[in-house]
Design a binder for this molecule. Structure first.
Ligand code: HEC
Length: 125
């Protein structure tokens, strides 16, 4: 009887020893880490203006105002935010856009940030 108990003890110690040596790291588990969408702190200067620079201003600056639309400064963009054209364009609503013209739709993360900024009243922050 003692031998059996001793045997079980040795076996479970070995099991513990080896199972606890498994070395997992974030990269092995998630080889393509995705940055979670953080729309908690949406501001014009830190968020919206960057999305516009990356996707819109090449066609919508004062120098190149395609369709008479300018997205590279607060005054013009907040006007588009409040009259519904900004959302209509980026969300590909019928009668608008689709913007960015000739490109693919913005990520749902960027769209969420734009929507939030519009809902906040398009503040200049
Ligand atoms: C490759 C050039 C190009 C890019 C990039 C682009 N636009 Fe446009 N946009 C146009 C043109 C040209 C028009 C004029 C209407 C048309 O031809 O569809 C226009 C029209 C618009 C309009 C007027 C209403 C409408 O939807 O037609 C809005 C609003 C607009 N763009 C917003 C944006 C926003 C916001 C972005 C970035 C997400 C963007 N555009 C990116 C070329 C562009």
């Amino acid at each position: 009887m003692k031998k059996i108990i001793y045997g079980i003890f040795v076996m479970s110690s070995l099991l513990l020893l080896f199972s606890s040596c498994y070395n997992d790291n974030e990269y092995d588990l998630y080889p393509f880490p995705t940055t979670p969408c953080d729309s908690s702190n949406v501001t014009y200067s830190g968020t919206i203006s960057l999305i516009m620079t990356a996707n819109c201003n090449v066609c919508h600056s004062a120098a190149v105002a395609s369709g008479g639309i300018i997205t590279d400064n607060y005054n013009d963009l907040s006007g588009l935010a409040t009259n519904g054209m900004l959302w209509g364009g980026v969300n590909w609503e019928s009668g608008f856009g689709p913007m960015p013209k000739g490109g693919s739709k913005l990520s749902s993360c960027d769209l969420g940030k734009i929507k939030k900024w519009i809902n906040l009243g398009a503040p200049n922050n």
